[in-house]
Design a protein around this ligand. Structure first.
Ligand SMILES: [Zn+2]
Length: 457
């Protein structure tokens, strides 16, 4: 017996373009089983508005949602990423499994309401603040998985290997001890998480290497051998976010970070290079050739004063890009995409720099969806048979979108979509947001309020 359900959308953005009166069938695993256009005879449930594919968010540190806005005062003559990091470490020190669960659940509700239907969680808060393991190993990772299940978002969990504080195998600082594992411990965590979640369609497990600062060459070789032996999912790494990191890498390895990585690891389409802000044209071409994606987080990169990634050059080299909300100073796919285009406009003093053949908004949404699917290792990113049913429905009656049709819907959503016109959201075949309300937002917000009060005490 088929449990397939059918929904009829006024208009939907399919891979071949905008179509009216689109009926999408969803199977009981949460996948798109059929897409029919111009079909008026079925008894599908009518959904008003414009359906577009949900956006994967490929870079998140959930706990940092609790400090968004708390590092906006200058702490010395020159404030920087490195001073921000001290505030972040203090929050990490105070983050318990309960707090992490409450903050992540709130964050994931906010993501869904903004149009993100899946998230890659770059997770390095493994231990207690003094570095000793929790009695239940993996309890912090389980807190993230439980939060994703509670919110109904698709999750690619990326347990993160963190060994050292800087190039040259510098020992971790006291504040970094809670992040640190050796490779066997790390692989045990990956195996445990994979075993626990293998039956959960909405949960995937990959791996992350914190950075070249935190993973020296011997550990890099060891962990990649172990991961390849298991044909594990996506591999993410922070790279070349800061000029100081590039300088230290040059001093230590005699090469720039991206240059060194491409020479010392088999980087392919399973890899996602996070930030890659300070890349030469040769490095950009090398990433593009490797097939790896780049995760761009422009609101966080701007907030931290990192620098600007040369996206026009990367796209020209056929590079694959995806977006992430990283520190969660902003939780909005349109805002990340708008910033990417505006950075390029300001640098080049031109308009519509990242446009393809036609609409800039449609081009950016498509690039980030396709790249996001690759980076997250999920079958998502388009309204197409066989992919997960991740659907965002925009309210065409919202003042933001009145009078818009086809690609101008996406252009307006990205460049002028305030207030947020996301009305309904389906993640993995389940309606998680309807009429702007998330199905569990009230209890999740109550849990978040309790957690934040406890944090302030
Ligand atoms: Zn990050």
């Amino acid at each position: 017996m088929s449990l397939r359900r059918h929904f009829r959308f006024d208009t939907a953005w399919l891979p071949e373009g905008w179509r009216e009166n689109v009926v999408i069938g969803i199977d009981d695993d949460g996948n798109i089983a059929s897409v029919q256009t111009g079909e008026s005879t079925t008894d599908a449930i009518a959904v008003a508005g414009a359906a577009i594919p949900g956006m994967p968010n490929v870079h998140s540190h959930a706990f940092q949602r609790a400090m968004a806005g708390l590092a906006e005062r200058r702490s010395g003559e020159h404030d920087s990423f490195w001073t921000w990091r001290e505030t972040m470490y203090e929050l990490a020190r105070r983050t318990t499994p309960e707090l992490l669960n409450a903050v992540a659940a709130q964050l994931y509700v906010e993501m869904l309401k903004a149009g993100y239907t899946a998230v890659c969680e770059f997770h390095y808060l493994h231990h207690q603040p003094d570095g000793s393991p929790y009695r239940e190993h993996g309890v912090m990772a389980h807190a993230v998985v439980d939060a994703a299940v509670a919110a109904g978002i698709g999750l690619t969990l990326l347990p993160t290997l963190y060994c050292t504080s800087d190039f040259g195998s510098q020992p971790p600082t006291a504040r970094q001890r809670q992040f640190v594992s050796d490779v066997p411990q790390f692989m045990d965590l990956c195996d445990d998480l994979r075993a626990r979640t293998q039956r959960q369609q909405q949960i995937g497990v990959g791996a992350a290497l914190h950075s070249l600062r935190a993973v020296p060459q011997p550990q890099l070789r060891e962990v990649l051998e172990s991961l390849h032996a298991r044909s594990a999912g996506p591999i993410h790494i922070h790279i070349a976010e800061q000029e100081r990191e590039v300088a230290e890498c040059l001093r230590h390895y005699g090469q720039r970070p991206i240059e060194w990585l491409l020479d010392h690891a088999t980087v392919d389409q399973h890899w996602c290079l996070v930030h890659a802000t300070h890349a030469t044209n040769t490095e950009l071409a090398g990433i593009a050739r490797s097939g790896a994606s780049v995760a761009l987080c422009p609101t966080t990169e701007a907030n931290l004063g990192d620098g600007i990634f040369d996206l026009p050059a990367f796209i020209a080299a056929n590079g694959v890009m995806a977006i992430g909300s990283d520190s969660h100073i902003s939780i909005s796919p349109p805002e990340e995409l708008r910033w990417l285009e505006y950075q390029s406009r300001l640098l080049r003093r031109e308009r519509n720099v990242l446009a393809g053949e036609g609409s800039t908004g449609a081009h950016l949404w498509r690039l980030a969806c396709t790249g996001g699917a690759q980076a997250s290792g999920r079958r998502v990113g388009a309204l197409r048979v066989g992919l997960r049913a991740d659907v965002v429905v925009l309210d065409l009656e919202s003042p933001a979108l009145l009078g818009r049709s086809n690609d101008s819907i996406l252009d307006t959503f990205i460049f002028s979509g305030q207030p947020n016109p996301v009305r309904d959201v389906m993640a993995g075949g389940r309606w998680v947001v309807q009429d702007g309300q998330h199905f569990a937002e009230i209890p999740i917000a109550a849990g978040y309020r309790r957690a934040m009060r406890a944090l302030q005490e």
